[in-house]
Design a protein around this ligand. Structure first.
Ligand SMILES: Nc1ncnc2c1ncn2[C@@H]1O[C@H](COP(=O)(O)OP(=O)(O)O)[C@@H](O)[C@H]1O
Ligand SMILES: [Mg+2]
Length: 327
């Protein structure tokens, strides 16, 4: 694979789920409304690059990660991993792609079987994919535990005998067992205490520097993303509303939604003249997405055009784009 080819290329990705019908829908025999989770998402990720995805709950971040590894089937768009067409992959080709893209969840219990020891959990992917190359499973487990900064003694323990931080490290060791080129970390540090979170973030940074693994790092806390990622992608109701280099997006947010997200982060001092809450109310229902700009119902800058015209992308700077009429 040539080095300048992107590792991952996503174009126009779309996914909707069947929404719930209310009583009126049922009585009138209406079909269930569609809930739009992804509406034309495009992004690129280079080898060894770390890109952060941020946005409130419900913006489609997890759906995006699941579509990339085909745990959820997209309705439209393309996904390429190197030169491979992910959506067309079947059987062994799909298994091979999943070995190269590993998903890490917020809750390690969802990837760790409570009945399996750490050793079994960490060695299983290598055994299943036949990746031990003549070495013993013990040897590989010791290497992987060392890689994620865990002592070899914990190999015999079960998930419930570990701390939250240790459990997440075990999940990361298991993900690294197949030597992936891309880690999809879906809120992987969100449930951890702040001090433990900092240590696990350091681990992700080290894995990227030493193993050259690229990352799609999903989090609702912007500070977390900023520490690990070169670029940030901001999502709102299934769309990308701003993307750019991390420092640029932080210092010079171009979209009112990004600005509001930055102001609503815990630990950020709000200016005393900010009498309005940073983000008003809840996002609208994804079954009833506003016309024009989907952020307009919560946007302090909204004008008539925002209800009528879907904003085209505006280039703010090098690699920095915003989808707002007033950028
Ligand atoms: N399996 C599913 N069935 C129906 N709706 C879903 C399903 N998964 C997610 N959704 C909905 O899709 C939208 C996006 O969800 P999700 O991708 O989990 O967003 P995020 O990770 O940003 O919180 C939400 O409105 C959510 O309720
Ligand atoms: Mg999520």
């Amino acid at each position: 694979m040539p080095t300048d080819e992107p590792l991952l290329t996503v174009a126009g990705l779309a996914k909707s789920y069947p929404g719930r019908r209310d009583v009126v829908d049922v009585l009138r025999h209406r079909r269930p409304p569609r809930l739009v989770a992804l509406d034309g998402v495009s992004l690129e990720l280079g080898a060894r690059e770390a890109v952060g995805i941020v946005g409130e709950s419900g913006s489609g971040k997890s759906t995006l990660a699941k579509c990339l590894v085909r745990l959820v089937e997209p309705d439209g768009g393309t996904i390429r991993f190197g030169s491979r067409d992910v959506r067309a992959a079947r059987g062994t080709e799909l298994a091979g792609l999943r070995r190269r893209m590993q998903l890490i969840y917020q809750d390690p219990y969802s990837s760790l079987n409570p009945l399996m020891s750490v050793e079994q959990a960490v060695s299983e992917p290598a055994v299943v994919h036949g990746l031990l190359a003549g070495r013993s499973a013990n040897e590989r487990v010791a290497e992987l535990l060392d890689l994620v900064g865990l002592p070899a003694e914990i190999a015999s323990r079960r998930p419930h005998q570990l701390s939250g931080g240790q459990r997440q490290r075990v999940a990361i060791a298991r993900a690294m067992a197949t030597s992936p080129r891309l880690l999809l970390a879906d809120e992987a540090v969100s449930a951890l205490d702040v001090s433990v979170q900092a240590q696990v973030l350091e681990l992700f940074e080290r894995l990227r520097a030493e193993q050259g693994v690229a990352m799609l790092f999903i989090a609702h806390q912007l500070a977390v993303v900023a520490q690990v990622c070169d670029r940030i992608v901001v999502m709102y109701l299934g769309r990308i509303v701003e993307s750019g280099p991390t420092r640029e997006v932080f210092r010079n947010p171009a979209h009112p939604y990004t600005e509001a997200l930055l102001r609503s982060q815990p630990g950020r001092h709000r200016r005393s003249r900010d009498t309005e809450p940073a983000l008003r109310g809840e996002p609208p229902s994804p079954m009833d997405i506003p016309s024009g700009c989907r952020f307009r119902t919560r946007c302090p800058m909204a004008r008539e055009i925002c209800a009528q015209v879907d904003p085209a992308p505006s280039v703010v700077g090098t690699g920095h784009t915003s989808w707002c009429h007033f950028t």
